[in-house]
Design a binder for this molecule. Structure first.
Ligand SMILES: [Fe+2]
Length: 216
């Protein structure tokens, strides 16, 4: 009986040590500037993040699209090592269900079309995906949601990527995007002969983000 209890207590000690270690491995950066949904950035965050990352699988229904961008600081200098997180609807305008997360996880609201890319030495990142559909039955424009994670500093959302050729886009939205959070989110889409859309979403770190800590 005593031996069995010792075994159990040893097992608990091992489990608690493992849990403590896993929670110590990565402290979460603070969310700044009213960051609704920012918790999802950390849910499923991979250890290794490439500069070119896939949001939609290659067999996803829809028109293929490549999102490219350069992340710069307020002085216009490219910043390597920044994690860009994006999520979007499928071609029908739906956030397709995501599995593998506990009930109440923020990531569930983002759906399975989500991913992370880490900027390379020149501050560049790229997402391979499909062009999102607009929410069915609404006049809300097509969009891709973006968050920025500055390792060791902070995380925050920035303006959505929107599309210049979208008939739902209002003149007010166009004007607001020009001075947007994290830089201009309005992209002018081009489509190549293979039917692949190309859009650009450059990011200015901390632009119009409340409480943004100054970079040195
Ligand atoms: Fe959305």
């Amino acid at each position: 009986m005593v031996q069995a209890m010792r075994k159990v207590s040893r097992w608990f000690a091992v489990v608690f040590a493992a849990l403590a270690l896993s929670s110590m491995t990565r402290a979460r950066e603070p969310i700044i500037g009213a960051g609704e949904g920012c918790e999802a950035v950390f849910e499923g965050l991979p250890d290794e993040i490439p500069a070119v990352s896939r949001i939609a699988p290659s067999d996803e229904t829809g028109a293929p699209m490549i999102i490219s961008g350069v992340v710069t600081d307020a002085r216009g200098e490219p910043v390597p090592g920044i994690i860009v997180y994006a999520y979007q609807t499928n071609a029908k305008g739906i956030y397709p269900p995501l599995g593998g997360f506990a009930r109440g996880s923020a990531a569930l609201r983002h759906g399975r079309l989500r991913s992370w890319a880490r900027t390379d030495a020149q501050g560049r990142y790229q997402f391979l995906t499909i062009r999102p559909g607009a929410y069915p039955g609404t006049d809300i424009p097509q969009h891709v949601h973006f968050h920025v994670l500055e390792p060791g500093r902070c995380t925050y959302y920035i303006d959505d990527l929107l599309f210049d050729d979208d008939p739902h886009l209002t003149p007010l939205q166009r004007r607001q995007l020009l001075t947007g959070r994290g830089g201009n989110g309005l992209a002018v889409p081009t489509r190549n002969s293979a039917g692949v859309w190309h859009v650009t979403r450059d990011i200015v770190l901390g632009a119009r983000v409340d409480g943004y800590p100054p970079r040195r």
